[in-house]
Design a protein around this ligand. Structure first.
Ligand code: ADP
Ligand code: MG
Length: 301
């Protein structure tokens, strides 16, 4: 097979692990920087050019689209889909996952456990939305934040009010969320491939930080999932339409709650914590699932 990895940097751990695994299986691996792709949007012969050369003969692509290039990156994935190239995660599913509000609404609709979450536009509704999530302490999040940046814990009602007002004043979209204190600054990353949780780890935030992101100094350890956590994570990925996903769960008093579903989950943390060959499992999945035009949406929507 000829497989493209849509990534900005071939030296990243996840990218290089995928390249090495694909080659070890006797396939061809090409790292394609999506921001150096340009496209020909035509109905008869849609094409993609990379640094002046037409991309041809690809059997599959693995999108690893960074949050800062979501718009352009998903456009390139969509173009591959129009050309009939199989993408392990589809453009529509990636876009869904990048918007925290949209993701939570999709999950809520299917009855997945979530932290109580509010969303408001008008500064007049700040008190209403604080009350809705049962008051402070509460968590405030930028809709498109990542790596823990843009996630704030407001410990008192007054702090919550002024932070929310400040964000709304800046015309920034935010979520207001119940603080799951009992999670103790830890969350669980479930790595899902093709509707199955293939690996899981616990991430514990640095001393004094309620955010468990590895980029914020969090550490990882092995964890055994309950059957409920396992099925919640698998369902969340399926609802989002992602074949490969990192589903982040908090252990709350009211059972597992899904915080977010990541469409380009990193491999380093999970492979190191679990000792599993997650890259190999992604390639296994592609070998089974990749067929021309095997996209649910063909880039529509
Ligand atoms: P990001 O996309 O920036 O990673 P998250 O929503 O995943 O944003 O939040 C970052 C971290 O903050 C989470 O991994 C978790 O440890 C902590 N966190 C987020 N929301 C809550 C919450 N409602 N209650 C408790 N901890 C939370
Ligand atoms: Mg996160």
């Amino acid at each position: 097979m000829k497989i493209g990895i849509l990534s900005r940097n071939a030296k990243l751990y996840s990218t290089s692990r995928l390249v090495e695994t694909i080659k070890a299986r006797g396939h061809e691996a090409h790292v394609i920087d999506v921001i150096r792709c340009y496209m020909n949007i035509t109905s008869h012969n849609p094409g993609i050019f990379f640094k002046g050369q037409k991309l041809e003969g690809f059997d599959a692509v693995i999108p690893r689209i960074g949050a800062s290039i979501t718009f352009y990156g998903t456009a390139v994935v969509r173009q591959f889909e129009m050309m009939g190239v199989y993408s392990v995660n589809e453009s529509v599913a990636i876009s869904r996952g990048r918007d925290k509000l949209r993701s939570l609404q999709l999950l809520a609709r299917k009855g997945v456990g979530l932290p109580v979450t509010g969303f408001a536009h008008s500064p007049d509704d700040v008190e209403g939305v604080i009350k809705m999530v049962n008051g402070a302490p509460l968590v405030i999040k930028l809709l498109e934040g990542t790596q823990g940046i843009g996630v704030v814990l407001a410990e008192t009602e007054n702090a919550a009010k002024s932070v929310i007002e400040a964000f709304l004043g800046l015309k920034t979209n935010i979520l207001v969320q119940e603080f799951i204190k009992e999670a103790g600054g830890a969350d669980i990353r479930c790595f899902v491939i093709g509707e199955k949780v293939v690996a899981a780890m616990k991430r514990q935030g640095a001393e004094g930080d309620f955010r468990s992101n590895i980029h914020r100094g969090g550490t990882t350890e092995l964890i055994k999932l309950t059957p409920e956590e396992r099925s919640t994570a698998a369902r969340a990925a399926r609802i989002m339409g992602l074949n490969v996903a990192g589903v982040d769960i908090l252990r709350s008093n009211h059972g597992p709650v899904v915080m977010e579903v990541n469409s380009s989950p990193g491999l380093r943390g999970i492979e190191t914590a679990t000792g599993k060959d997650v890259a190999g499992m992604i390639v296994d999945f592609i070998e089974k699932d990749a067929k021309p035009f095997n996209t649910k949406t063909r880039g529509q929507g």
